[in-house]
Design a protein around this ligand. Structure first.
Ligand SMILES: Cc1cc2nc3c(=O)[nH]c(=O)nc-3n(C[C@H](O)[C@H](O)[C@H](O)COP(=O)(O)OP(=O)(O)OC[C@H]3O[C@@H](n4cnc5c(N)ncnc54)[C@H](O)[C@@H]3O)c2cc1C
Length: 353
C-alpha cells in the first residue's frame, strides 16, 4: 500500500486524508495541537465544495447545514442597498466549523492514523520518499499546515509568505431569538455579516481596519442597525483574527514528493468565503489526479496545473472585494453602494425573464 503523511489536521488536512484513503493510501496525519478540532465559528460551504465532499463520501453536510438566504446588503443605519429579493445567485450552505470537521473525520477508516501533539519541524526528501523530523517516512507528503506553513518555508525559503490585509476580523456564535434572514452590512472601513446555523443560533462576523497585532473589541458595530449589537451581546465568546493572505505569485504547489494544500498553498482573505472550500477542492483534485495515473510525478504536476491558477484567481478576487469592503473613502463608498444597488436590480430583472 502507498504511504502518505499529511501535516496539519485543519479542514484541509482531514479532507486530504479522506481523499488519499479513498484512493487506497495508508495515511498518517500529524497535528501540532493536543487534540483534533476547529474553532467556534460558522463557515460557508459553496456548492462546488459540497459536491467534492459528497464525491469523497463525506455524508450529512446538507443535513447539518442551512441553505444561506439571498438576504441582501444593508447600510449601517439598516437601509437596504440590495434587497432580499431572490437574485437567482448561487448560494452556500452555512455550517458550524466543528460540525464540518467532525463529519469529515467520521470517515477516517483503519488506513488513517492520527498523531496529535506532533510538531513537524523538518522535512527532507530523496528519490524514494519524504522524511519528517528525521524519523517518519512516506512516499508522499501533503502539507496542510496553514498560512504559516513550516513545510512551505522549508521548500521556498525566499518566498515572502503572509501579507497583512490591513483589517482584523471578529467572529462569534450568538444565541438570540431573531426573525431575520441575515446578510451583510457595509459601512466605511467596516463590514458585518450574519447567518443562521442549523441549531437556530447565528454565526456572525465583522471586520475593521486596524494595525496588525492590535487586540480590540467589535465596539464599532454597537451603533449599527438591529440586530447587530444584539448578536455581539448574545455571544459567549468572540474570536479575533488579523487577516492575512499569501503574497502573489503563489509558489508552485508541488516540489518532488511534497504537495501544498489549503491555506499552506493559497491562503486568501475571507471576503468570498472560499478558503476552506478551496482546500476541499484541492483534496478532490488530488484524489482525482492520483486515480488517473500510477505515475506520482505526473499526477502531482496535473494537480498543480489545475489548482494553482484557480486559487490564484480567488486570492486576487478576495483581496479586491476586501479592499472594496474596507475602503474608508466616502466617495468610493457612495459609488460602491450605488453600483451594488443597480447591479442587484439588473440581476433581479434578468432572473424574472
Ligand atoms: C474570519 C475568517 C472567516 C472565514 N470564513 C470562511 C468561510 O466562510 N468559508 C470558507 O471556505 N473559508 C473561510 N475562511 C478560510 C478558512 O478558515 C481557511 O481557508 C481554512 O480553515 C484553512 O484550512 P487549512 O486546513 O488549510 O489550514 P488551518 O485551518 O490553518 O490548519 C492548519 C493545521 O496545521 C496545524 N499545524 C501547523 N503547523 C504545524 C506543524 N509544524 N506540525 C503539525 N501541525 C501543524 C495547525 O495546528 C492546524 O491545525 C475564513 C477565514 C477567516 C480567518
Amino acid at each position: 500500500m502507498s504511504t502518505a503523511i499529511v501535516v496539519g489536521a485543519g479542514i484541509g488536512g482531514v479532507i486530504a486524508a479522506v481523499a488519499l484513503q479513498r484512493r487506497g493510501w495508508q495515511v498518517t496525519v500529524l497535528e501540532r495541537a493536543p487534540e483534533l478540532g476547529e474553532v467556534g465559528a460558522g463557515i460557508s460551504v459553496w456548492p462546488s465544495a459540497v459536491a467534492v465532499l459528497e464525491e469523497l463520501g463525506v455524508k450529512g453536510v446538507e443535513k447539518a447545514s442551512v441553505q444561506a438566504k439571498p438576504a441582501g446588503m444593508r447600510k449601517p443605519d439598516g437601509r437596504w442597498v440590495v434587497g432580499a429579493a431572490d437574485l437567482g445567485m448561487e448560494l452556500p450552505v452555512m455550517i458550524h466549523r466543528a460540525q464540518l470537521h467532525d463529519l469529515i473525520t467520521a470517515e477516517f477508516g483503519p488506513a488513517v492514523t492520527v498523531r496529535t501533539g506532533y510538531d513537524v519541524r523538518t522535512v527532507t526528501q530523496d528519490v524514494d520518499g519524504v522524511t519528517v523530523n528525521g524519523e517518519l517516512r512516506a512516499e508522499l507528503l501533503v502539507a496542510a499546515d496553514g498560512i504559516r506553513s513550516v513545510v512551505r518555508g522549508a521548500l521556498y525559503p525566499q518566498y515572502a509568505g503572509p501579507r497583512y490585509s490591513g483589517f482584523t476580523a471578529y467572529r462569534g456564535i450568538a444565541d438570540v431569538d431573531l426573525d431575520d434572514g441575515g446578510g451583510e452590512t457595509w459601512g466605511r472601513g467596516q463590514l458585518f455579516g450574519f447567518a443562521r446555523l442549523i441549531d437556530g443560533r447565528f454565526y456572525w462576523y465583522g471586520t475593521a481596519n486596524r494595525p496588525a497585532g492590535t487586540k480590540s473589541e467589535p465596539t464599532v458595530f454597537e451603533s449599527w442597525h438591529d440586530p447587530l449589537p444584539r448578536l455581539i451581546a448574545g455571544s459567549e465568546k468572540i474570536l479575533q483574527n488579523d487577516i492575512y493572505d499569501l503574497t502573489l505569485p503563489l509558489v508552485p504547489f508541488v516540489q518532488g514528493r511534497v504537495v501544498l494544500l489549503g491555506d499552506a498553498a493559497h491562503a486568501m482573505t475571507p471576503n468570498l468565503g472560499r478558503g476552506a472550500c478551496s482546500a476541499i477542492e484541492d483534496a478532490g483534485a488530488l484524489a482525482r489526479h492520483l486515480g488517473r495515473t500510477s505515475d506520482l510525478s505526473a499526477a502531482l504536476t496535473a494537480y498543480d496545473a489545475e489548482r494553482r491558477p484557480a486559487t490564484t484567481k480567488l486570492v486576487k478576487r478576495s483581496r479586491s472585494v476586501g479592499r472594496l469592503g474596507q475602503t474608508e473613502n466616502p466617495v468610493l463608498c457612495t459609488i460602491r453602494d450605488a453600483l451594488f444597488a443597480v447591479g442587484g436590480k439588473l440581476v433581479a430583472l434578468r432572473a424574472r425573464r
